[in-house]
Design a protein around this ligand. Structure first.
Ligand SMILES: [Zn+2]
Length: 108
């Protein structure tokens, strides 16, 4: 288990920080993942760590951006710390398409 699992899990209220799924439902501990992957110069700092269910962690992989289905535009992925206020919106999106749950439209 990741050495910061307890800290990250408590901070996330034991919910996946991407899809908001409760860890309790899955009956096994979620994973601590790097929001910005180490392979992309991310760090092991707590602010770069998020609690993620297996599906979200696998979908995200080592990426920080991607394309929406039927689009050539590249969007950055949902960032659990920066986009925290959009979590409810993200939750609705996941009900439509899990693959797109990481994506938000840049409002700027
Ligand atoms: Zn998830």
């Amino acid at each position: 288990m990741h050495p910061f699992y307890s800290t990250v899990a408590e901070r996330a209220h034991h919910r996946c920080e991407y899809c908001q799924a409760p860890e309790l439902v899955f009956n096994f501990p979620f994973e601590v993942e790097h929001i910005v992957p180490l392979s992309r110069n991310g760090t092991n700092d707590l602010e770069n760590l998020a609690l993620a269910c297996r599906s979200c962690n696998l979908d995200k992989g080592n990426r920080v951006s991607g394309k929406l289905q039927d689009s050539h535009d590249v969007f950055r992925f949902f960032h659990p710390k920066i986009d925290k206020h959009l979590a409810k919106i993200n939750y609705i999106i996941i009900a439509v398409g899990f693959q797109n749950s990481f994506h938000i439209f840049d409002q700027r």
